[in-house]
Design a protein around this ligand. Sequence first.
Ligand SMILES: CC(C)(COP(=O)(O)OP(=O)(O)OC[C@H]1O[C@@H](n2cnc3c(N)ncnc32)[C@H](O)[C@@H]1OP(=O)(O)O)[C@@H](O)C(=O)NCCC(=O)NCCS
Length: 156
Amino acid sequence: MTGKSPRESEAILADLMMPSQANGLRSPSIFGGVVMSMVDKCAALSAMKHSGGQATTLSVERILFKEPILVGELVEIRSHVAHVGRTSMSVVADVYAEDLRTGNRRHTNACWLTFVHLGDDGKPAPVPPLVLETEADHRLHQIAARRREQQLADRH
Ligand SMILES: CC(C)(COP(=O)(O)OP(=O)(O)OC[C@H]1O[C@@H](n2cnc3c(N)ncnc32)[C@H](O)[C@@H]1OP(=O)(O)O)[C@@H](O)C(=O)NCCC(=O)NCCS
């Protein structure tokens, strides 16, 4: 199977945050579940691009909410595959919120998810190797490998 670089699985998902997506806090910000759903969708696109087929979410290891996102802000998610096993793919996703009046852009969420490629029979199927090209590719690959080891050790 021909390898693919992390660039080939890059996915971007953007949406304008509307009042109906706010939470019930006194100073409303965007409901966390809205962000989680967008992250899952964007990361799934990365897994589908790398595997060239279906991919299902195995786990969401981390979604760190560093800062609230406000109604009226533009949310942009960027993701790519950072590590692959035989059938699984670790995806890193970053969330940015932009105030369109000022152009101020903030990194609001850092996320790690794992997907499994499913073949036409619906069963886990092998994915292409990941071709690491840059220093950043190697650094994220190492982080993902450590996370995967921990995940496998915690498996029950
Ligand atoms: C994802 C799923 C197909 C995996 O099934 P499975 O029987 O565990 O499959 P396998 O044992 O062949 O494992 C597949 C891969 O997942 C990894 N994996 C499975 N369970 C794991 C766990 N608990 N922790 C870490 N990795 C795990 C395996 O290591 C393997 O990766 P590898 O091939 O890269 O080494 C199955 O758990 C499933 O269908 N889950 C529901 C998915 C879902 O509904 N998602 C939400 C909607 S998209």
